[in-house]
Design a protein. Sequence first.
Length: 254
Amino acid sequence: MKTIWTDVDPAITATALAMAMCICWSAAWWRGRTLRLRGQGISAAKLTDAILALLGLLLAFTFSMSLMKHEQRRQMSVVDSNAIGDFHTCAMMLDDPVRAELHAVIREYVQHRLAVSQAPDASALQVKLQEIRSMHDRMQSLVKAAVDGRAPVVVPLVMTFNAVTSSHAARLAAVRDRLPASVLLMLLFAAVLSITLIGWQQGATGEMRPGATMGFAILICLVVWVTLDLNQPQRGWITVSQEPLRELLRGMQE
């Protein structure tokens, strides 16, 4: 499902959050200062502390969720590579011409799996996934030919082929598993609300600490940026390494 959390660069979202936090802090500071000059200044230290504590919990919760999902994608990349490697090993024990045809399809399959990780957008990804499904059909036809020919490794061949299709489905599900939009919205709302209360409290008490406040806001935005970057596995700075598949492809070409 296409949302702002999957289509917009995390750096843009973090920058927009930083600007919103600066604006809200300034407006709240002037409002607190106005109330103080009117003799209506009220300290909101306890409420601000509670909001900051909640913000800290939300930051830790969403970051740990994103990191866990990223680790799951990384593990599925290794599992997928191992499944393809086992299937290729069994295929090399067949007799020609099935052996040569299956080897060619598996090598092409690995190349397409690498291309999927570099798909620039959702439409390109769907094209690559359709090509992968057609290659599954080709591999299934060749496995059926080996079964009909009563190859001695037919049982492990079928089992490893099933592992390839299953690992593909599991990896695709892991890539599409993202943070809930409601959690991210609540995180951004808590960040803006906390900086607003800080500005109001500083204005109401006659304090003005723009340096410390901006440093706090930048730190929050950096955590949000990394969290959102982890939530977009096919773009950004933090991506899942495809080195297991590259090593497998190099081994097939030797």
